[in-house]
Design a protein around this ligand. Structure first.
Ligand code: PMP
Length: 352
């Protein structure tokens, strides 16, 4: 029996990407293993430049944005953002769930933050924000809660988005978003690399105490080689970007993600033993969450899923329930097996 992981923490690589990466670990283009590639070599510099160009093309990143390849995960960006952008002003964080609070709490260590509810995005009307706020922050997809923002408001101040769990699964409107950051371990590669895409005009504002490795301006000037970059993770991203491009680019990823999540939600909505937890207009396309009509049956559900080869469906510890993760690299057969399971699932009390 095939086994599939629906883990939210990390996504699988497509089989062809995994094969290319495995071969490169043995030998990459006759120059030895990618694992030993020096970050000061011309080969790495070319790889890094190509990867940046491919990403710029796929996402239609405008010329006045820098693409940075950094380390430290999205969590390091929770600190980097206020350090680079606050400049003595207030930062406003939209509270949409677990990860937006994590970002806000880290920012609050460096300066004044204001927290607003999700509704503030739709009913935005705050003339004072222009003079008071350095930036606003949103989490485009709440991985733990299964909630996703469909679009972003046009604000008079820079809007930054944590897109760790939906990066490269949807197009990005860079007229509305001035800064985007994402760890690569879910939909576009392996852990170790964090992509930051930042409008040039936001550079040059960092607090003097900002660690140099977290300083966007310093990193941009040094081509992201202030210290050793995550060479292997950049190689995997490069391979993933190739895979995405040959499959039709971001539009194809977005269509597949919407189609797959619609199939999961439909199976959940049609099964009276299951309950989707998020209102339809905010349901995540990458991390559908639901619960058992009788929550006592969650362990039975997870056990039955495992027996069917479907692993890592447990919800985030803070939220509970069930969570499915539909990142780019998940094979189609996994979604087919899962939706069949969801349609057929019945708890033990009514089984004969
Ligand atoms: N933001 C979001 C939306 C996430 O899902 C995660 C990880 N699950 C993080 C931030 C933190 O990422 P990292 O562990 O790579 O710092």
């Amino acid at each position: 029996m095939e086994r599939y992981s629906f883990s939210a923490a990390a996504g699988p690589l497509p089989a062809s990407v995994a094969a290319t990466v495995a071969e490169a670990c043995r030998d990459w283009q006759g120059g030895g293993s990618i694992l030993g590639l020096s970050f000061v070599s011309d080969r790495f510099k070319a790889l890094q430049e190509e990867t940046g160009n491919a990403l710029r093309q796929l996402l239609a990143v405008p010329k006045d944005f820098h693409i940075l390849f950094l380390s430290g995960g999205a969590s390091a960006q929770f600190a980097a953002l206020p350090l680079n952008l606050m400049a003595g002003k207030v930062a406003t964080y939209i509270d949409s769930g677990h990860w937006s609070r994590r970002a806000r709490d880290e920012a609050a260590r460096y300066g004044p933050v204001q927290t607003l509810p999700l509704a503030a995005l739709a009913n935005y009307a705050d003339p004072e924000c222009l003079t008071r706020d350095a930036y606003w922050h949103v989490t485009s997809n709440e991985t733990a809660n299964g909630l996703q923002l469909r679009d972003f408001p046009a604000l008079p101040v820079p809007l930054a988005a944590d897109m760790t769990s939906d990066f490269l699964t949807r197009p990005i409107d860079f007229k509305r978003l001035a800064l985007v950051y994402a760890g690569t371990q879910k939909s576009i590669g392996v852990p170790g690399l964090t992509v930051v895409i930042v409008r040039d005009e936001l550079l040059g504002r960092a607090a003097p105490t900002t660690p140099r490795v977290l300083n966007y301006t310093t990193q941009a000037a040094a081509h992201c080689r202030v210290n050793t970059p995550p060479v292997f993770a950049i190689f995997v991203l490069h391979t993933m970007l190739d895979w995405i491009a040959t499959r039709g680019g971001i539009a194809a990823m977005a269509a597949a993600t919407r189609r797959r999540s619609a199939a999961v939600y439909q199976a959940v909505d049609n099964n009276l033993h299951l309950r989707a937890t998020i209102t339809p207009i905010l349901r995540s396309h990458t991390n559908p969450c639901f619960s058992l009509a009788n929550s006592d049956n969650a362990p039975h559900f997870l056990g039955a899923a495992q027996a069917a080869g479907l692993d890592d469906l447990n919800g985030h510890p803070e939220v509970g329930g069930i969570r499915v993760s539909l990142y780019n690299g998940l094979p189609e057969a996994a979604v087919t097996a899962l939706t069949a399971f969801l349609h057929a699932y019945a708890p033990p009390d009514i089984r004969q």
